[in-house]
Ligand binder design. Structure first.
Ligand SMILES: [Zn+2]
Length: 51
């Protein structure tokens, strides 16, 4: 699953994947409906942890 992208909501601080966003068919937080979210790539997270 290399295409999975994680997002984090700027408002409520929850993280979710692009698959969860696909369910609601738009870019917004599935928990609080905020549209202020930041993109987090999983492989970037792994690289940071490895160092
Ligand atoms: Zn939210």
């Amino acid at each position: 699953m290399s295409g999975e992208i994680l997002y984090k909501c700027w408002m409520c601080g929850r993280s979710f994947s692009n698959k969860e966003i696909e369910l609601i068919e738009r870019i917004s937080c599935p928990y609080c409906s905020s549209r202020v979210i930041v993109k987090i790539r999983k492989d970037v997270w792994k690289r940071v942890k490895a160092e």
